[in-house]
Design a protein around this ligand. Sequence first.
Ligand code: NAD
Ligand code: UDP
Ligand code: UDP
Length: 315
Amino acid sequence: MKRILVTGGAGFIGSHLCERLLDAGHEVLCVDNFYTGARRNVAHLMGHPAFELMRHDVTFPLFVEVDEIYNLACPASPIHYQYDPVQTTKTSVHGAINMLGLAKRRRAKIFQASTSEVYGDPTMHPQREEYWGNVNPIGLRSCYDEGKRCAETLFFDYHRQHKVRIKVARIFNTYGPRMHPNDGRVVSNFIVQALKNQPITLYGHGEQTRSFCFVDDLVEAILRLMATGDEVTGPVNLGNPGEFTIRALAEAVIRLTGSSSQIEFRPLPSDDPQQRQPDIALARNMLGWEPAIGLEAGLVRTIAYFDELLRNDAA
Ligand code: NAD
Ligand code: UDP
Ligand code: UDP
C-alpha cells in the first residue's frame, strides 16, 4: 500500500484515477482548488477510510508525505484555460516546480499529465513522440500549450539534474462520465446539446479530426506507465488512434441520443488544429496497452451520465 497524491483529483480524469487507486488498496490524497473540478466528482469516495480531500492551489508549495505523485492539476478545456491565461501558465509551470520539489524531497515517483497540445497544429501525422511540434508561442492557446511544454522541460531537467523518477504522458482527447458539462469541449457540448434538443454547434466545416479515448482506457494506461521501471520516463502518447471528423462525431451523438437537434455551423476558433491522431506504437510496446472501448460504446456510457446529470439538475 502506498500513499499517493493526485493533484487535480476532483477533476474529470483525476476522479477516475483516485477511484482506481483506492480500489487497488492505496491511500489517496486528492488535492484540488476546485477551479474546474468539483466535490461532486469525488463525493462517492468521501466515506472511504483511505481517501482524503484537500483544497489547495498547486502554484503554492505543498509539504505532505507521500510515495507517489500524479500531477493532473490544470484546467484542460479552451474556455477554462483561456479564462485566466496567466493562472493557467502558473498552474502548469509553478505547479510542476512545486510538485517536482516535493518529489525530489520525498524521492517519490511523479507522473505528469502532459498533452497532445504540445504538438500544436501538427505538420506530422499521426503524431509520434519524436515530433517537436508546431506551436504558436503568443496565441490564445499558448498559455496551455507552452505551459505544458515548459512543464515537460522541468520534468526532464529535474530527472537529469536531481535524478527524480518521472513519467510523462501526452494525453490525447479523452472523454467520459464526469466531464464538466459547460467546459465547451466537443464531446460534452454535443451530448448536452443533443439531450436538450438544441442546435449542435459545429465549428468550421467539421472536417477537422480528433481521436477520442474513453477515460477508463486512459486511466489503465496511466497506471501501467506508473508501474514501469525507473528507466522509463516517457514522453509517451496515450490516446485512441481511431480518427473521426468532428462532423462524424456530431452525427453519431445525434443518432445515439435519438435527438431532434440540427447541426449549426459556427466560426472555427483561432489556432484550432486541423488534424490530430496519436501514434501509440510506443505505448503498445512498452505498456502492452491499447484502448479497448470504441467510440460508440464510450459515447453510450457518457450519454447515460449526462442524461442523469441533466435530469437531476432539472429536478
Ligand atoms: P479537469 O478540468 O476536469 O481537471 C483538472 C483539475 O485540476 C480540476 O479538478 C481543477 O479544479 C484542478 N486545478 C486546476 N488548477 C489547479 C490549481 N492551480 N491547483 C489545484 N488544482 C487545480 O480536466 P481533465 O480533463 O480531468 O484534465 C486533467 C489533466 O489531464 C490536466 O492536466 C489536462 O491538461 C490533462 N489532459 C486532459 C485531456 C483531456 O482530453 N481531458 C487531454 C490532454 C491532457
Ligand atoms: N516544494 C514543495 N514541497 C516540498 C518540497 C519543495 O512544495 O515538499 C517546493 C519548494 O517550495 C520550491 C519548489 O518546490 O519552491 C522547488 O523545490 P526545489 O527543492 O527543487 O527548489 P528550491 O527549494 O531549492 O528552490
Ligand atoms: N468543436 C466544435 N463544436 C463545439 C466544441 C468544439 O465543433 O461545440 C470542435 C473544435 O473546434 C475542435 C474540436 O471540436 O476542432 C475539439 O474541440 P475541443 O475543445 O473538445 O478539444 P481540442 O480542440 O482541445 O482538441
